[in-house]
Design a binder for this molecule. Structure first.
Ligand code: 13P
Length: 253
């Protein structure tokens, strides 16, 4: 049985004061049925970690660099993130792939670095609207899966979280229908079973992301292969994020 994970990706939003206050408000969320994660901008990670200390809220970052230390101006290592209390690291988000030009090869190096550091990578995959309309969704997902997750052992993939985020549904208000999302999640589970084995594929959590809101969470989470959500906009307010957490806990499984 896969335990749901609801992750908030704050992206490049909020001030320090707003971050700490949102994190503190989230400490009242009920985590009895759901793992909860928040991913603030790097500069607020330390303050947010302190604000949720002693609660069941996990803190993660939105990226990391694969080298441990050295002359990599502007980059942040996995060890540094671990040092300030991160447990999860989002990698290969579509904004990093499409706005910042990250390749599967780079993402793959980061995935290996995060796993070597004993943290949990959340690896994002997803097609653009153009790719979906050209009937290429499955090809894109397969190629991102094989590129970003290359060389992982079965034990490592079990520790990895995959997030399916159709690019056309991010920040647009256009959610994939539960059926559209489930179709790709089932494809991902099938790819996992083919590349590893059915038992391993059943253990991997696959999150959906793209305009997740309190009122569409329950029907998304009711799908057999959707194990949680990666939430952008609706994670920036405590009420909507807590409503999503509550809706995921009752409908999971
Ligand atoms: P929105 O929920 O704002 O569509 O963002 C989704 C996302 O990109 C989460 O990583």
């Amino acid at each position: 049985m896969r335990r749901p994970l609801i992750a908030g990706n704050w992206k490049m939003n909020l001030t320090r004061e707003e971050s700490v206050s949102l994190a503190s408000e989230l400490c009242r969320a009920d985590s009895s049925n759901t793992d909860i994660l928040i991913c603030p901008p790097y500069v607020y990670l330390d303050a947010v970690s302190q604000a949720v200390a002693g609660s069941s809220i996990n803190v993660g970052s939105q990226d990391a660099y694969f080298e441990a230390s050295g002359a990599f101006t502007g980059e942040i290592s996995v060890g540094m993130l671990k040092d300030i209390g991160c447990q999860f690291i989002i990698l290969g988000h579509s904004e990093r792939r499409h706005v910042l030009g990250e390749s599967d090869l780079l993402i793959n190096k980061k995935v290996h670095a995060v796993l070597s550091g004993d943290l949990t990578p959340i690896v994002c995959v997803g097609e653009t609207l153009e790719e979906r309309e050209a009937g290429k969704t499955l090809d894109v997902i397969k190629s991102q899966f094989d590129g970003s997750l290359a060389g992982l052992t079965a034990d490592q993939i079990k520790k990895t979280v995959i997030a399916y985020e159709p690019v056309w549904a991010i920040g647009t208000g256009k959610t994939a229908t539960p059926e559209q999302a489930q179709e790709v999640h089932a494809d991902l589970r099938r790819i996992l079973a083919e590349r590893y084995n059915p038992e391993t594929s059943e253990e991997v959590r696959i999150l959906y992301g793209g305009s997740v809101k309190p009122d569409n969470t329950a029907e998304l989470m009711a799908q057999a292969d959707i194990d949680g959500a990666l939430v952008g906009g609706a994670s920036l307010q405590s009420d909507s994020f807590i409503d999503i957490i509550n809706a995921s806990g009752v409908s999971a499984g």
